[in-house]
Ligand binder design. Structure first.
Ligand SMILES: [Zn+2]
Ligand SMILES: [Zn+2]
Length: 401
């Protein structure tokens, strides 16, 4: 890498270094002399979540990954509150983020590559005019056709000024303490939201586990998920980026997922994409096989143990192939049913009794297929258990007798 540093981006330096310094100094000072009240704290928290969820649910999962569809009302909401997070327009943000996914950990092409260090991936990438920071919207042509996205991009400065200064100012006037409200709801909320969102690019690529893939640096981390509106399950997200969920278990903290799912229930969101369970299990097992192999190699496990592992792997491959074939079958069946239904509508098919027979036959076929798919899912779960036992045996063998 080049030793001479690229020039400073002055506006970003003020935003990302000046504002936190101002917050560190002014917020406690005002607190000591005049204090804050519950009204101000609650509004700061509300703004924090409105900004945060608009970035994670709007900028990230809706626009960067198209993990679901949103109604115009929801899109406008995200466009305003997302602008209030002061993290650039939807277009720039989503384009950068798509590059991050495509070239993850590539120090030249990933705009916030974790390989360049914690500071760089946190905010360093925005402070200087790095080559990788140059905007390139060739990966966001779809977004350039979305009127709301282009409108927000055009009026971004006015919007973010209104959301960060205008709204807190109005709140302050209403409340009768302009400076205190500006400091808490305007400044502190903004700085906190910046850093918790940036943790996803920095800490979530360093700290945590990698259950789904070890092919990149992204980690799953429940604690970070709590701070990042659910985006801390970053290892899952990097392998299945079109899933509207990041925390896939019910007990995992993912308020962004809950918000999207609530919106879909009241008609504000639709087409929520979920990765099939089998694929998730497959990714976990694949990673565990890799790990088991290297562990056995390290521990110089016996031939029998290694042969058992390879046998398990064979079974695994067979299950995967069967599943893929069944999915193909399901797709073909859906297609033929659709054309049959069309034919029916045209009156080409027989009487009511024949139609009923056909429908029952179809229902039975669906149920049979579903059962087979469920069985395959279950077989992978059981295989994970057996794999665990094999690894334990390898560890035991490695101990001195
Ligand atoms: Zn990432
Ligand atoms: Zn993403």
């Amino acid at each position: 890498m080049n030793d001479s540093k690229p020039p400073l981006n002055r506006i970003n330096a003020v935003i990302f270094l000046g504002l936190p310094l101002a917050a560190l100094l002014l917020v406690p000072l005002w607190g000591i002399y005049y204090g804050y009240d519950a009204f101000q704290w609650l509004w700061a928290l509300a703004f924090l979540y409105l900004n945060g969820l608009s970035i994670t649910g709007g900028y990230h999962r809706l626009w960067a990954h198209r993990a679901y569809r949103a109604s115009p009302a929801l899109k406008w909401f995200f466009a305003f509150w997302g602008a209030g997070a002061l993290q650039n327009s939807i277009l720039t943000w989503a384009s950068d983020h798509r590059r991050h996914h495509r070239h993850v950990d590539d120090n030249e092409l990933d705009p916030y590559s974790a390989g360049r260090g914690l500071w760089f991936s946190h905010i360093g990438w925005m402070l200087r005019e790095h080559d990788s920071y140059e905007p390139d919207f060739s990966n966001a042509r779809d977004l350039q056709n979305v009127p709301i996205v282009m409108w927000q991009d055009k009026h971004y400065v006015a919007l973010t000024t209104f959301m960060n200064l205008g709204l807190p100012l109005l709140l302050g006037v209403w409340h009768g303490d302009i400076i205190g409200t500006l400091l808490l709801v305007g400044l502190l909320r903004l700085v906190v939201n910046h850093h918790v969102t940036f943790f996803i690019n920095s800490l979530a690529h360093y700290w945590g586990t990698r259950p789904y893939t070890e092919s990149n640096s992204a980690r799953d981390n429940g604690f970070l998920a709590f701070l990042t509106y659910g985006e801390g399950y970053h290892n899952y997200h990097h392998i299945f980026q079109t899933d509207y969920r990041n925390g896939i278990r019910w007990w995992q903290w993912d308020p962004t997922k809950w918000m999207i799912s609530a919106c879909s229930r009241v008609g504000l969101a639709s087409d929520l994409k979920r990765v099939p369970d089998f694929k998730i299990q497959r990714a976990i097992l694949d990673t565990q096989f890799e790990r088991a192999r290297s562990k056995m190699e390290e521990a110089q496990s016996s031939e029998t143990l290694r042969a058992s592992l390879e046998r398990e792997y064979q079974l695994f491959t067979e299950s995967v192939n069967q599943w893929t074939a069944l999915q193909g079958e399901r797709y073909e069946r859906k297609k033929s049913e659709l054309s049959e239904a069309l034919g029916e509508r045209k009156g080409q098919l027989g009487d009511a009794l024949t139609q009923r027979r056909q429908r029952l036959q179809q229902q039975w076929e669906h149920a049979a297929l579903r059962t087979k798919l469920k069985e395959l899912e279950y077989s992978l779960k059981m295989q994970r258990k057996r794999l665990g036992l094999l690894v334990q045996q390898a560890q035991l063998q490695a101990l001195p007798a």
